[in-house]
Design a protein around this ligand. Structure first.
Ligand code: NAD
Length: 248
């Protein structure tokens, strides 16, 4: 028996890094999985590894496409139990360097994409106690990092919005749990980009390097916990997975 037998999971940003690993782990536990992304070639490759997995092109800023993705998931698999709002990206620059366009782009993708995902999917998600939304935040939301002010703002917004949506679902007795995860440094293409682009003494990187980075599976196991019945009594919270990065 898998922990996700009979459940259907929809994962954004599933072509790479954490999203791809979430898809593998949930599928290994019996979930039927739909992944979406803007990187079609990589997305198709990840889907080909996972039996029955459906890949769909979707820029999470596109509200109309959200509806099509939800309908396509219901057509193929008949239900949506888990939504992982994972898609994300980062553009570097301090408050003096970053353009407003770059600020808007990052908040649109991460905070806006998460808002749209919850708004469009919730009316169609399982109401039998299986519904679970996992929003990908970051420990960046909990610190001051001078080089990524828009990223930190988007992730802090995701944590706050997660609580509000969780309360709404509880007030409506939807039995859909809504949680966020705040990873620290995890080895993915995104952190490879950060390590390549930022000076090694940039805020946060020295700490991450000193104590070692996590693996995508460290996060995917928590996504699984929150998605399956093990997490049945957890909603409205943000779980930090950072090997103590934010402890001091
Ligand atoms: N890797 C880390 O250390 C770390 C730490 C904290 C939080 N996170 C968060 O985890 C999530 C996954 O990051 P990752 O490290 O796996 O990075 P990644 O770059 O490997 O994967 C992110 C995926 O999101 C997709 N994406 C970007 N913009 C999109 C859009 N507009 N619409 C749809 N898909 C889009 C990308 O194409 C990519 O496949 C992100 O939200 C990131 O902010 C990562």
């Amino acid at each position: 028996m898998g922990k996700m037998d009979g459940k259907v999971a929809l994962i954004t940003g599933g072509a790479s890094g954490l999203g791809a690993e979430d898809a593998r782990v949930l599928a290994r536990e019996g979930a039927q999985v739909v992944i979406t992304d803007v990187q079609d070639e990589l997305g198709a490759q990840v889907a080909a590894e996972i039996p029955g997995c459906l890949y769909l092109h979707h820029d999470v800023r596109d509200e109309a496409r959200w509806t099509e993705v939800v309908v396509a998931t219901l057509d193929r698999f008949g239900r949506i139990d888990t939504l992982v709002n994972n898609a994300g990206m980062v553009r570097f620059g301090t408050i003096e360097d970053l353009s407003y366009e770059d600020f808007r782009f990052q908040t649109d993708v991460m905070l806006g994409g998460t808002f749209l995902g919850c708004r469009v999917a919730i009316p169609h998600m399982s109401r039998d106690g299986c519904g679970s939304i996992v929003n990908m935040a970051s420990v960046a939301a909990l610190k001051g990092i001078s080089t990524i002010p828009a990223y930190t703002a988007a992730k802090a917004g995701i944590i706050a919005m997660t609580r509000s949506i969780a309360v709404h679902c509880r007030e409506q007795a939807y039995r859909i749990r809504v949680n966020a995860i705040a990873p620290g440094g995890i080895v993915t293409p995104m952190t490879a980009q950060a390590l390549a682009e930022l000076p090694q003494d940039a805020a946060g990187l020295d700490q991450i390097n000193a104590h070692g980075m996590g693996q995508p599976s460290d996060v995917a196991k928590m996504v699984l916990y929150l998605a399956c019945d093990d997490g049945r009594h957890i909603t409205g919270t943000c779980i930090t997975i950072d090997n103590g990065e934010t402890m001091a």
